[in-house]
Design a protein around this ligand. Structure first.
Ligand code: SAM
Length: 333
């Protein structure tokens, strides 16, 4: 097997060390900011890659220097073989396998996921109140998510919350979620609403990270202390410690203040395609060559060639439209 030489670099010399893998397009929620709101709702196809194929492709990336893998979707917990996938990947990245989930099925899987080699889980939770949760996700699932969160923490998984903020939908949940972080000693990260295929993005719903942070600063009865920025493998958020608590709040400013210059990540879609940029670059099929018996070296060369073209920044920074051939649930967020 090919060993890491200079690691994996894109055409601009940025080191690629973080791979996000969508293991399925299917989801048990229909979040308004993710699924198409207009036109015909495409049916999500069942997982395309077998568990062996996921592990095989991930191994090609880890052989090139990828050090952290995040499994996402769709909803990854809809895959019954997720633990097997994790067990196959975890030794390749010294246990740095993480999961992003809506948490609906987390309570009963948390221990098995940890035993398989998972080290951390990001739970998406955009509301601390039942009605807003239901309005955003079209499901009455808040209690299940909170139970999942608790189970993940008791299983010893590193646990964080992610909340996408849409003005007029859940901006009134910023403070309740920050207070949850404060009282429970959790980390909650607020994510700017991103435009994606058919998700109804508009300026009127977009709330920049600076404004979100201001709401937290003015509303929380505690000081916030910014933590030093560490590598992007820890995520692109600006993180603030809430004084007097173990809790932290973070903001992810994908649009208002992007981190493209430091980008270290690529994505593998559930169809086995490499996406060099969430918003740009056409996907490149890795699964077909894998199924046609491509050698390890063939796949390495295909990945390296694809990454030469990785955009310097997402197209929106230049005022251009993003390349949205897939939905967010297909690419994996
Ligand atoms: N089903 C899982 C979940 O809910 O976490 C994983 C897939 S979801 C697509 C991954 C992440 O993308 C979630 O944290 C979700 O909130 C985020 N996301 C989806 N659409 C988004 C959008 N338009 N803007 C910002 N974040 C978005």
């Amino acid at each position: 097997m090919l060993q890491v030489r200079d690691g994996l670099k894109d055409g601009l010399g940025r080191g690629i060390t973080y791979l996000r893998v969508s293991v399925t397009e299917q989801c048990n929620l229909a979040c308004v900011y993710c699924k198409p709101r207009t036109g015909s709702l495409e049916r999500a196809t069942p997982p395309v890659m077998s568990r062996n194929e996921v592990v095989q492709l991930v191994k090609v990336f880890t052989s090139l220097g990828v050090r952290k893998v995040r499994l996402t979707g769709g909803e990854p917990l809809l895959r019954r073989d997720l633990e097997t996938i994790i067990a196959g990947i975890s030794p390749e990245v010294e246990g740095r396998v993480h999961l992003t989930t809506n948490g609906i099925h987390l309570a009963r899987r948390a221990r098995a996921l940890r035993d398989a080699g998972l080290s951390g889980v990001n739970v998406s939770l955009d509301a601390a109140d039942r009605d807003t949760f239901q309005r955003l996700t079209l499901k009455n699932g808040l209690d299940k998510v909170l139970a999942g969160l608790e189970a993940a923490r008791s299983a010893g998984l590193k646990t964080k919350l992610n909340a996408v903020v849409l003005r007029g939908w859940n901006d009134d949940q910023i403070l309740p979620l920050a207070r949850l972080a404060q009282s429970e000693g959790l980390q909650v990260r607020f994510i700017e609403f991103m435009p994606y295929r058919g998700n109804g993005w508009g300026q009127e719903q977009f709330m920049p990270a600076a404004e979100i942070l201001q709401i937290v600063q003015e509303g929380l009865d505690a000081e916030l202390q910014e933590e030093p920025v560490i590598g992007l493998e820890e995520g692109p958020a600006r993180i603030f410690r809430i004084t007097g608590s173990q809790g932290k709040v973070g903001v992810i400013s994908t649009l208002s203040d992007d981190f493209c210059a430091r980008c270290n990540r690529v994505r593998l879609t559930s169809r086995g395609e490499l996406r060099a940029c969430l918003f740009g670059n056409q996907p490149v099929d890795l699964l077909k060559p894998l199924r046609q018996q491509a050698t390890h070296e063939d796949l390495v060369q295909l990945i390296r060639r694809t990454l030469i073209e990785k955009l310097d920044c997402h197209p929106m920074r230049r005022g251009e439209a993003p390349i949205l051939s897939d939905g967010m649930w297909q690419v994996g967020g």
